[in-house]
Design a protein around this ligand. Structure first.
Ligand code: NAD
Ligand code: DAU
Length: 338
């Protein structure tokens, strides 16, 4: 196994939820690696997520991954790009798909063109949603061999971006790896997403909202485990390969909501059933055997209840971080009947 130790990496989307957690992970564990964060600061990006880290090790560039001229300016001199930037929310993609095409497909195209031009290693952060969904009683999980079958505008643009990266590897020899991860939870997640939405609803005295029948299953992983997995793949992964990231965290939405209600001292039925998401994927489940056996990665946050408690505490302790986005997010959901 060859070891690649990046000295100077670009992290796109490093002011979003998972990207900023990755930057924190690098600062904590790899002080020898310089990071340039490239982020457009959309509604989902927040410079506060990394502000305390800015300095000699971490630099911030405000810009769009679709801007080829900007990439020509900043990519030379870096030895890797780790690409997190995306439009990431399924409900938004259903309401207005166009920004998803632009950022997720064109943005990825611009980045891999720059990576090719300047011979920079490229890691592509993707999602398990490219595989579509599983039946609730299916004994199988997704593996690297599962055929692509995305359901939503969001997941179809992520699947398209994965295909571009694979084609650039085969045709141009792009030095790339891809990871497809399951649902993340942890600090700095936008209040539009399931877990933070329910936590902050309860704090604000709004009843949590559950889509459909609440039986849909997601495979939860703490975002710090996602970060360590991406670092493992970047440094030890085989060029041209795809690795699935997951931590055996399958739970249905009703169970997760009841966990949140219990931890926050509320009755387990103190929530509203709301209209289902169109095309709602039933179940995701990841088999991460390849990553564990070939690269030796292991998750450390294997106790979901404890990770959830810490996450709830983070939102309780940091209202200044999420309050500015809360009212507009709930107004958008209300207009959609959710
Ligand atoms: P997020 O929405 O919290 O953050 C996205 C970040 O990208 C924001 O900082 C935003 O400003 C930035 N951005 C958006 N468009 C941009 C553009 N054109 N140019 C530069 N920056 C831009 O997303 P997230 O949940 O942190 O997800 C990050 C990545 O991980 C995405 O690629 C997503 O598909 C993938 N992923 C997410 C999950 C999950 O559970 N959230 C799971 C697996 C994979
Ligand atoms: O699987 C990885 C994906 O996980 C990532 O690629 C996406 O970027 C990320 O947003 C996430 O997608 P989901 O659609 O699974 O996450 P979300 O938090 O939007 O919803 C989780 C589940 O909760 C889903 O079944 C819908 C449901 N839900 C969501 C909200 C916001 C509710 O029941 N009520 C809600 O209010």
């Amino acid at each position: 196994m060859e070891l690649f130790m990046p000295k100077n990496i670009i992290v796109t989307g490093g002011c979003g939820f998972i990207g900023s957690n990755f930057v924190h992970y690098i600062v904590k564990n790899h002080p020898e690696t310089h990071v340039t964060v490239l982020d457009k600061l959309t509604y989902a990006g927040n410079l506060e997520n990394i502000r305390p880290l800015l300095g000699d090790q971490v630099e911030f560039v405000h810009g769009d991954i679709c801007d080829a001229a900007l990439l020509d300016e900043i990519v030379p001199g870096h030895d890797a790009i780790v690409h997190y930037a995306a439009e990431s929310h399924n409900d938004n993609s259903i309401a207005d798909p166009e920004p998803f095409l632009k950022t997720n497909v064109e943005g990825t195209f611009r980045l891999i063109e720059a990576a090719r031009k300047y011979d920079v290693r490229y890691h592509h952060v993707s999602t398990d949603e490219v595989y579509g969904d599983l039946a609730l009683d299916d004994p199988n999980k997704f593996t690297e061999e599962t055929p692509y079958h995305p359901s939503s505008p969001y997941s179809s643009t992520k699947a398209s971006s994965d295909m571009l990266v694979r084609a650039w590897f085969r045709t141009y020899g792009l030095r790339m790896t891809i990871s497809n991860c399951s649902n993340n939870y942890g600090p700095y997640q936008h209040v539009e997403k399931f877990i933070p939405r329910q936590i902050t609803n309860i704090i604000e005295g709004i009843r949590p909202k559950l889509y459909g029948n609440g039986k849909n299953v997601r495979d939860w992983i703490h975002t710090e485990d996602h970060s360590s997995a991406v670092w493992t793949i970047l440094t030890r992964g085989k060029i041209g390969e795809t690795y699935l990231i997951g931590a055996n965290g399958e739970r249905n939405n009703l169970t997760v909501l009841q966990d949140i209600l219990r931890v926050m001292g509320q009755p387990e039925d103190a929530f509203d059933w709301v209209k289902d998401r169109p095309g709602h994927d039933r179940r995701y489940a990841i088999d991460s055997t390849k990553l564990q056996t070939e690269l030796g990665w292991r998750p450390t946050h294997t106790d979901f209840e404890s990770g959830l408690r810490q996450t709830i505490q983070w939102y309780v302790d940091n209202p200044q971080w999420w309050e500015p986005a809360k009212a507009a997010t709930e107004a958008r959901y209300k207009a959609q009947g959710q």
